[in-house]
Design a protein around this ligand. Structure first.
Ligand code: CA
Length: 227
């Protein structure tokens, strides 16, 4: 159950979402324009915001940017634009996920759940230790046997995701959905490339693994090599 703000100018969509999401036990508030939406979104009263990109008073991408400037509230963008470049653009501007219109309330709710799960993860800023590996999600610091690792933000996120699930075999699809936020797939190679960077930084290879163990065609698990 979540407290959800829906910013949507189309009455039919707004009312249907309010009904369907309330039926599922969520607390839903709706607003019809961007300016009011921004004000409500940054109030701290909501677990997640659903933002229509096509609003009458302000471009939705601009609204997204304004909310992001002052608030970390998770945002799911609803867009009629299914152009990949547009979607990449809104994700880069701080949207946590997106749905392309027309979408069902079920589909939106699944995306909301995924976003809440992830934001729950990122709020959990405990330091993760696996063997000689120490990860601080707050400071984005990764240390291996006392040595600072030089990781890109995405490689760090990938490492945190794997390390916080120590010993669990994780598929590439899950990694694409949870770390890359591409729930509908994407290039498998992306994961492979990042895993290979990680291995290099961790001083190991796929043939002689220590922390990162790949099971071909299935996924990867991070383990404590001393165990
Ligand atoms: Ca609209």
């Amino acid at each position: 159950m979540a407290s959800i703000l829906v910013i949507e100018d189309e009455q039919r969509i707004r009312e249907s979402l309010a009904t369907r999401l309330s039926e599922r036990g969520h607390d839903v508030e709706t607003v019809v324009n961007a300016l009011e939406g921004i004000e409500r979104a940054v109030s701290g009263a909501f677990d997640v915001v659903v933002l229509d990109l096509g609003l009458p008073d302000l471009d939705g991408v601009e609204a997204l940017r304004m909310i992001r400037a002052v608030s970390e509230v998770p945002i799911v963008v609803a867009t009629a634009r299914d152009d990949e470049q547009d979607i990449i653009d809104v994700l880069n501007k701080g949207a946590d996920d997106y749905v392309v219109k027309p979408y069902s309330a079920d589909h939106l709710e699944a995306r909301i759940r995924a976003v809440l799960r992830r934001s729950g993860d990122s709020n959990d800023s405990e330091i993760i230790v696996v063997g000689g590996l120490r990860l601080d999600p707050d400071s984005h610091e990764a240390i291996l046997d006392g040595r600072n690792l030089d990781l890109t933000a995405r490689a760090f996120d990938l490492l945190v995701y794997l390390a916080s699930r120590e010993g669990k075999l994780i598929g590439k699809r899950e990694l694409l959905a949870e770390v890359w936020r591409q729930p509908y797939g994407g290039a498998d190679k992306t994961v492979d490339v990042h895993l290979s960077w990680l291995r290099k930084e961790l001083g190991e290879t796929a043939a002689a693994p220590r922390y990162l163990h790949t099971k071909r065609g299935v996924g990867v698990r991070l383990v404590d090599p001393k165990r």
